[in-house]
Design a protein around this ligand. Structure first.
Ligand code: TZP
Ligand code: MG
Length: 204
């Protein structure tokens, strides 16, 4: 990818009462211009996650880059483009051993100490957040605010993805604070195609 996408949509399986609705939402996001999509499933088992992931890959093909949340093994098995690990998942270097050199590795951080540490790893991008209050994550860390994004920007040259409570109203301020990209769950899920189009227009 030449430049890191401004909008990183996260497809959270828990938001869909039926899996077909999740696949529809994913297709709508891509129709709205999404080029980077993460599959996140905090309650599914490996079988279900792999099934969903393979189906996403089958339906969306190469029109979007796909990233698996938490599970390096499933990213590889599903033919995804990358994996995203948090502070309680495999360490970045262990995840890297699983996925090898060519898949992307993203790492979540929630404060400057974690960010500095992630910057020393082979991570391809670093996420910082929650920037604003969020209801999409259980037990979120304290919000870092726009100042947290500015501080993070000063500490890494890797692509910086801001996450948490980002919507169409505040996304511009997050990019202006130094993020390369905004990762969004709730504000791209209500009306996926339209919100993706809105975000991309606003982020220009
Ligand atoms: N990590 C930090 S905040 C968050 C995650 C997964 C949730 C982001 O969701 P939303 O709905 O965009 O606030
Ligand atoms: Mg995780």
């Amino acid at each position: 990818m030449n430049s890191w996408p401004r909008l990183y949509a996260i497809l959270d399986a828990s938001l869909f009462p039926r899996v077909e609705l999740m696949f529809d939402a994913a297709a709508d996001l891509v129709a709205g211009g999404i080029t980077l999509l993460q599959y996140r499933n905090k309650s599914g088992n490996a079988t279900e996650m792999l099934e969903h992931a393979r189906e996403l890959k089958r339906r969306l093909g190469n029109s979007v880059k796909l990233v698996m949340n938490d599970r390096a093994d499933l990213a590889l098995a599903a033919g995804f483009n990358g994996v995203h690990v948090g502070q309680e998942d495999l360490s970045p270097e262990s995840a890297r051993k699983v996925i090898g050199g060519s898949l992307w590795l993203g790492v979540s951080t929630h404060n400057m100490e974690q960010l500095r540490e992630a910057d020393e790893t082979s991570a391809d991008y670093i996420a910082i957040g929650p920037v604003f209050p969020t209801s999409s994550k259980a037990n979120p860390d304290p919000v870092v605010g726009l100042q947290g994004v500015r501080d993070a920007r000063a500490l890494t040259r890797k692509p910086l993805v801001a996450i948490g409570g980002i919507n169409r109203v505040n996304c511009r301020s997050v990019i202006e604070a130094g993020a390369d990209s905004v990762a969004v769950i709730s504000d791209v899920m209500r009306e996926p195609r339209k919100s993706a189009e809105d975000f991309l227009r606003i982020l220009g």
